[in-house]
Write a protein that binds this ligand. Structure first.
Ligand code: NAI
Ligand code: MG
Length: 357
């Protein structure tokens, strides 16, 4: 049976890198005999907002809920629509309503990409950041009292539920188990945040009992960020609450070079709702329309989507093709952000051809 994939390109370079993402997926589908059916949607973009006064149609949930996955480009065009409206009106709705409680970002230094960390080579940096994506510090519990007076008070509570903490930990431990190093690092701050973070630590220790073959360590978030920079080779799977995971999931990919290649997934592991796959970068208004955006973030996100759908071999073939093209370093093919003179299409085509075998 065909896997139904909803395609939402969004804004700016989202519309330029998406065709290359699909080209690569189609090459993988052909080689590995997969049946992928793409359906394109115009909503979830600022142009849609300008026409309809909203980012999504009222029945978006019904329209999308039965798809096997959502493949997203990037959303946002601040000159037309304020960012909080475009982001909250689209992507954040999907993440919440589809209970995509895992945000997953690989941090892998690729051949031919210069790390901002001196002396690091491919192989030195290869880990995943797993972020809790639905609760924690990003809660709507709180309020403001005596606004505008000397007694002004603001409160915002961190919310950690046992279900919410345990399910992200379980995902991270399961992921660690699939990796050769079998190592899990937990981000905490139980010395300063003295109620919720000791609770997080407690749940980590409890979960660890079920995974005796996983080596577990933990760091307070402050020294952990330092260690991402000083010792990225220490890490394999790093799990954090919503806020800590947010910070680490930008810092990790930044240590591996350009934003143009970093992929991400927002996952509902049980498959009750579709998961969403998107590059880390935004719509890049500064380069949009020129056809020079790097398509690798989109293509790699497609590889994550295939892995999620159960096609590990096809997914690996896509990542291997990206690595091969990067290590060949043909400047006619590579985009400008990674030192080439090529464009979105030349790089996308080269990768798709390589995926084809
Ligand atoms: P951005 O990621 O769009 O761009 C940051 C810088 O990186 C720019 O100089 C851009 O040219 C460069 N860049 C980004 N992707 C690239 C690629 N594929 N190839 C080559 N260079 C690339 O972030 P920015 O400028 O802060 O945000 C622009 C818009 O994107 C805003 O509306 C923002 O809200 C939105 N955004 C959306 C995201 C999403 O859809 N998940 C994530 C981040 C930002
Ligand atoms: Mg962030």
């Amino acid at each position: 049976m065909a896997h139904r994939i909803a395609v939402i390109a969004g804004d700016g370079i989202g519309t330029e890198v998406m065709p290359e993402g699909i080209r690569a997926l189609e090459a993988a589908a052909k080689r590995f005999n997969l049946d992928l059916a793409f359906t394109t949607f115009e909503f979830g973009s600022c142009d849609y907002y300008l026409e309809h006064g909203k980012m999504l149609p009222d029945d978006w949930f019904e329209q999308l809920k039965d798809f096997d996955a959502l493949f997203y480009g990037a959303v946002g065009w601040p000159d037309k629509v304020p960012d909080h409206i475009s982001l909250w009106g689209s992507l954040l709705q999907f993440r919440r309503q589809f209970d995509q409680y895992i945000n997953l970002r690989p941090c892998k230094l690729m051949p031919g990409i210069k790390s901002p960390l001196a002396g690091r080579e491919p192989g030195d940096i290869d880990f995943y950041v797993v972020r809790e994506n639905t609760e924690g510090e990003y809660s709507s519990v709180g309020g403001k009292m005596f606004a505008g007076t000397e007694r002004e008070i603001v409160l915002q509570e961190t919310v950690m539920s046992r279900i919410g903490v345990d399910r992200v930990l379980k995902y991270a431990f399961d992921l660690a188990q699939t990796r050769p190093r079998k190592k899990l690092t937990s981000a905490t701050k139980s010395n300063g945040i003295s109620i919720t973070m000791p609770y997080w630590d407690e749940r980590v220790a409890e979960m660890a009992k079920q995974y005796p073959d996983i080596a577990v360590d933990k760091f307070h978030i402050d020294i952990l960020t330092a260690n991402f920079v000083l010792h990225p080779d220490w890490f394999d799977v790093v799990v954090g609450s919503n806020l800590f995971g947010d910070i680490l999931s930008d810092l990790g990919p930044a240590c591996t070079g350009t934003i143009g290649i970093a992929p991400s997934a927002n996952i509902n592991p049980e498959g009750k709702f579709p998961s969403l796959f998107e590059p880390v970068h935004g719509s890049a208004p500064d380069i949009a329309g020129k056809g020079v955006a790097n398509p690798i973030g989109q293509i790699w996100s497609g590889a994550m989507m295939l892995e999620h759908l159960g096609y590990k071999e096809a997914s690996e073939a896509m990542v291997n093709a990206i690595e091969a093209i990067l290590s060949e370093g043909n400047s006619q093919v590579l985009t400008r952000d990674i030192g080439g003179q090529g464009n979105t299409r030349s790089l996308g085509q080269a990768i798709a051809e390589r995926i084809g075998g």
